[in-house]
Design a protein around this ligand. Sequence first.
Ligand code: HEM
Length: 222
Amino acid sequence: MGCALSGSGITPGKTILEFKPGPSAENPRVPKAGARHGGEGVETGPFPLVDTQKARIQESWRILHDNIAQVGIIVFIRLFETHPECKDAFFLFRDIDDLQQLKRNKELQAHGLRVMSFIEKSVARLDQEDKLEHLAFELGRSHCRYNAPPKYYEYVGIQFISAVRPIFKERWTPEVEEAWQSLFKYLTATMKRGYYKEKAKLGSNKSLALRKPGTGSFLSSI
Ligand code: HEM
């Protein structure tokens, strides 16, 4: 298959790193026992970023800012290339198979910008951990309603890193990469907790609705 991103000036993300930020010289933090659980084995643990990593993310976001529209599209086009089944969650463009056409699709462009705007808000809240957690948790809850399965969330971070790396050229260092990996790992784990919380809520509502047929508005809301 030809790559929908050829000609974009950005190297396609065929070689994809796995997210494995662990303790390092820069960040010796390791998850503690008793970390928060949100269902199905998802745990967030303590906030994973140390101050130097927050600064690296804030600094790189300033560099990235002018490219966010382009990055938002690339991230999702690559997600659909590597995991075409993700497209099914998007009512507005799930029937468009041609990735070149999809790249020009206004709905996809708007969606890419919404995702980048979420990243921007997250970067702005790196020093407000409660707010950041709330933001990602609620996003996870809304993704449950969108029917967007958690197993794909981490691929968004992987594709984000692979899309932005060429923009930075030699300014991209292993330390910058590790900081972004840690942020995405935290965001996606928190989103997953939100997703499972919402799923449990919908599930219990559903059983109520099934016990009292005809009375629940719940089924029409999913
Ligand atoms: C780190 C991962 C992800 C982030 C940060 C993210 C972020 C967002 C944001 C900010 C929105 C806008 C609406 C809202 O605020 O609720 C959104 C909508 C949506 N996302 Fe995600 N998303 C992620 C992963 C995924 C994945 C993997 C899928 C599909 C499998 C997906 C499917 C959707 C759908 C269907 C919508 C609604 C689209 C619309 O109505 O226009 N998302 N996402």
